[in-house]
Design a protein around this ligand. Sequence first.
Ligand SMILES: N[C@@H](CCC(=O)N[C@@H](CS)C(=O)NCC(=O)O)C(=O)O
Length: 233
Amino acid sequence: MLTLLTYPRNDTVFSLSPFCVKAALLLSYAQKTWKREDLNDPRKMPHRKLPVLRTTRRLIADSANIRKFLEAEGTDFDPGLSPREKAQAQMLVRMAEDSLYFHVVRDRWDNDMVWPTIRDNYFNEIPALIRRPVTSAIRRSVHQGLQFHGVGRFSDSERFERLDIQLRSLSVLLQGSSFLMGEQVTSADFSVASMLQALRSTMVQTPTVDRVAGDAVLGRYIDRVFEDAVPLP
Ligand SMILES: N[C@@H](CCC(=O)N[C@@H](CS)C(=O)NCC(=O)O)C(=O)O
């Protein structure tokens, strides 16, 4: 039996972590028998991050390694794509995970309007008395990470503009096709749709949430991936 170690869910998403959502999409698409186990603290995990897949033999850290494991077991996440299209799908995966993801983090962690909900949802297992000091230290390290990445150095409007360009590019790619690489769901959709869903589902209505929620093309696309193509438990 495979077990996906994941951050917990809420009413709207399989997990508050889009990478855990992506891993769940991979497992469901691969039609594996698997179960979830929720964790809040990843510090004992190989990369000190989630998702991690526990097999009967080992722990597989990182959604890309989970994909590799499932591919070795016979799943093709890019069926029917030419080598060139596979390369394009890979670029979309990296755009989602190395760029869109940091917009999710910035919108949630670097925003004083959102922070109290993050603190009290992500860290509700920490006793209320010590929650503020403990989580402030974690928030500071995330803030430093965003500065190092660079997305943390933009003003809100600069950041929004950069995100908007990416979102408009995705809408163009979706014109006239159900998924990013055509009529078949592929690896690109698992990463991109997970990040878009996360951008749309931050618990406070930020301009970023409004931008994605108000975009009919992207909205239909997210729902198509999660409701039609690969429904999650
Ligand atoms: N490259 C990893 C990224 C996973 C990741 O960034 N997970 C975040 C949650 S979305 C995490 O566990 N962060 C905890 C930390 O950095 O301390 C993957 O594809 O699985």
